[in-house]
Design a protein around this ligand. Structure first.
Ligand code: NAD
Ligand code: USQ
Length: 409
């Protein structure tokens, strides 16, 4: 396949680009590099030093003999999105390119607006670019399990059969997202579903759970191929944060009671799931949803797993229950289906102590770069970021002048 990977400079986009290239697909990697600027604004930084995209693709060519084409591009520019799709005519587009932090989206009004404009406008531009230049291309879009929230019934994969007043239908599963970021994914899902119905596009929404792990076989091949590792309060995901905290002897920061339950997966499964989805495209006009996670854990269970892995080496780790900065249920029912990727052949990695040891080992190597002040949460769902994190810079949206109605006939 020829695959365009959008968001290819990110934690998941870069390993996915490498994985697809290693498996013989033609890869075009695109990113605006905005995440590196968001890090500066938040006072955060990948724990593992990451090479520039130019350097990464050069190193990959040298290590593997394979070429990845690199394009710097902001998806919020409609002309740029259109030109990219028209130039490469991809079989599949894998879309990771969004502001993906829930805490970032809850800092202030401008951060919420920036998140939703970046994500919703970027995805809309991509949909128009696909309609214009590659209507047969399969869009593989990264959504999130957080679109569903934590309902008191089983979570299905995208759709639910409902019987109401004696009539039945298969309808989109109800959405109860927990942040302005998670809401942006819901808005994307609706826009994509609509364009499948209205224009006959084909798309798969991968409602992914929380990812953990420090890399993949390909990122481990050379220090300049490593992907980012976030451990801070804004970008760090829960298990990676707990591993970083354990590595430096900091108490694990469980928010509230810790009964919050989420679907999780190993980063090595993310890259495989994306490839499986791309290799098995949906039909024209079909909006398909896969729940992309492999196991579910409560936050407390994750903390216990990290503590047990340390104890196996004779090391004690303490757990702090901090007041929860988020508005979320701390004890609740959670049972989410995740069968469809298994049906396509996913052989999942379950969470093992050896993986926790590996992540902690990586953190220990870069432990001098840890800023312990980034372990405590700075953003509160009710009161925002208290003005301590810089406001996003003003960005203009490069929306092309629309052709006149008469010109389009
Ligand atoms: P990341 O922040 O590491 O990477 C996202 C990349 O997208 C960054 O390199 C950024 O520069 C780029 N980007 C953002 N907006 C862009 C735009 N308008 N134009 C071009 N590039 C842009 O995030 P990640 O952890 O790799 O997540 C990738 C995707 O997967 C996101 O959509 C996220 O919502 C989804 N996801 C992530 C997780 C997780 O645990 N990391 C879980 C579920 C879903
Ligand atoms: N949590 C703690 N302590 C911490 C960090 C988090 O208890 O130090 C808790 C949170 O309160 C939450 C859970 O752990 O209940 C998960 O938090 P997270 O920061 O790991 O994940 P989240 O904010 O949901 O976002 C991450 C990614 C996002 C992706 C999402 C998948 O940043 O891009 O969409 O995971 S999901 O959670 O399934 O929606």
């Amino acid at each position: 396949m020829r695959v365009v990977v959008l968001g290819a400079d990110g934690y998941l986009g870069w390993p996915t680009a490498l994985h697809l290239s290693a498996r013989g697909h033609e890869v075009v990697a695109a990113d605006s590099l905005i995440r590196r600027r968001w890090d500066v604004l938040c006072g955060t930084e990948s724990l593992v030093p990451i090479a520039s995209m130019k350097r990464r693709v050069e190193r990959w060519k040298q290590v593997s003999g394979k070429q990845i084409v690199w394009e710097k591009l902001d998806l919020t520019s409609l002309p740029d999105a259109t030109a990219l799709i028209a130039q490469y005519q991809p079989d599949a587009v894998v879309h990771f390119a969004e502001q993906r932090s829930a805490p970032y989206s809850m800092i202030s009004g401008p951060h919420a607006v920036e998140t939703q404009v970046n994500n919703v406008v970027g995805t809309l531009n991509l949909l128009f670019a696909l309609r214009e230049s590659a209507p047969d291309c399969h869009l593989v879009k990264l959504g999130t399990m957080g679109e569903y929230g934590t309902p008191n019934i089983d979570i299905e994969e995208g759709y639910i059969e409902i019987e109401h007043n004696g009539r039945k239908d298969r309808l989109p599963y109800p959405k109860q997202p927990g942040s302005f970021y998670h809401l942006s994914k819901v808005h994307d899902s609706h826009n994509i579903m609509f364009t499948c119905r209205a224009w006959g596009l084909r798309a798969t929404d991968l409602n992914q759970g929380v990812v953990y792990g420090s890399g993949t076989d390909e990122t481990d091949m050379h220090s300049e191929l490593r992907t980012r590792f976030d451990y801070d309060d804004i970008w760090g995901t829960v298990l990676n944060r707990f591993c970083a905290q354990a590595a430096v002897g900091h108490p694990l920061t469980v928010y509230g009671k810790g009964g919050q339950t989420r679907g999780l997966l190993d980063i090595r499964d993310t890259v495989r799931c994306v490839e499986l989805a791309a290799l098995n495209p949906s039909d024209r006009g079909e909006f398909r949803v896969f729940n992309q996670f492999t196991e579910q854990f409560s936050v407390e269970q994750l903390a216990d797993r990290v503590r047990a892995a340390r104890r196996a080496h004779g090391l004690e780790t303490s757990i702090d229950h901090l007041p929860n900065p988020r508005t979320e249920m701390e004890t609740h029912y959670y049972n989410a289906k995740h069968q469809r990727l298994l049906d396509l052949g996913l052989v999942p990695h379950s969470l093992q102590d050896s993986l926790i040891d590996r992540v902690i080992g990586l953190v220990e190597r870069y432990k001098k770069r840890i800023k312990p002040e980034l372990f405590a949460p700075r953003v509160d769902w009710r009161f925002g970021g208290g003005g301590k994190i810089a406001a996003p810079p003003k960005r203009s949206l490069h929306v092309a002048t629309a052709p006149s109605i008469s010109a389009r006939g």
